[in-house]
Design a protein around this ligand. Structure first.
Ligand SMILES: [Zn+2]
Ligand SMILES: [Zn+2]
Length: 247
């Protein structure tokens, strides 16, 4: 399985990333990726960039080093009502919006019920495209309810390659998530969550998880840049794309 894009990456702007935009893009090119999204952390993350960092992304070239670069953010869900730590008018001007739970950002609940409600509210947010690391056991959710909401609202769920390393206990949760994704036929994104140029596009853990679960390739968002573009444009034709380009 060869992914054409990595939709979740961080630069030095996140405060705990280690590479510049140029380094991330160069590394992506060397690895044969056709597209990446730069998705630095939202405003409530300690060390996160100022909001101007995101608004100023309009100055970026669309293509750098032959790699299409999407302007994005990994927003924080900061309340049980699903509120995000980014203004809507900023989100509406980005190409891709990821959302998820993170420590130190103001989200305090730890009940499954409240976490699930918050995550589903984020899924319903029209600016959000992908929910990141829903398998994180530190913010447990009812995965089946989350999967059904993602299906209902046409959003993608992430199987984060970094989770086994930085979110202990994620592996069985991600395996369960993959089974539910297969059962309910939901779009899934396999991302590196790279904070360093050398690990961009590295998704072996995530790929193995979807293979083990038997997920059809047509549900893997970042197998094809055409599929990503249709998905981000809200087009329903992504399934047709997947059928034609990947059988
Ligand atoms: Zn994250
Ligand atoms: Zn991240």
């Amino acid at each position: 399985m060869r992914l054409e894009a990595d939709l979740h990456t961080h630069t030095i702007a996140s405060g705990h990333g280690y590479s510049t935009v140029k380094e991330m893009v160069q590394s992506a090119h060397e690895k044969g990726l056709q597209m990446i999204a730069i998705t630095d952390h939202g405003l409530n993350m300690p060390g996160a960039p100022h909001v101007y960092y995101f608004t100023n992304m309009i100055t970026w070239p669309r293509v750098m080093e032959e790699v299409e670069v999407l302007r994005g953010v990994e927003a924080n869900i900061i309340s049980t009502t699903g509120k995000l730590d980014m203004p809507d008018d900023v989100l509406s001007n980005l190409d891709i919006v990821l959302a998820g739970f993170h420590h130190g950002t103001g989200y305090l609940s730890n009940s499954i019920e409240e976490n699930t409600r918050a995550m589903i509210a984020a899924i319903m947010n029209p600016y959000v495209h992908v929910i990141v690391h829903p398998g994180n056991p530190e913010f447990p959710v009812d995965l089946e309810k989350v999967v059904l909401a993602a299906r209902a609202f046409g959003k993608a769920l992430e199987i984060n390659n970094n989770s086994p390393l930085v979110r202990p206990g994620s592996t069985p949760r991600c395996q369960l998530l993959a089974k539910l994704v297969k059962r309910h036929e939901v779009m899934v994104a396999l991302n590196s969550d790279s904070h360093l140029c050398y690990t961009i596009g590295e998704c072996m853990n995530s790929i193995q998880t979807v293979i083990d679960a038997g997920i059809d390739e047509k549900y893997i968002l970042n197998l094809s840049t055409d599929r990503i573009k249709d998905f981000l444009a809200g087009k329903k034709s992504w399934v047709e794309h997947s059928r034609t380009s990947h059988g």
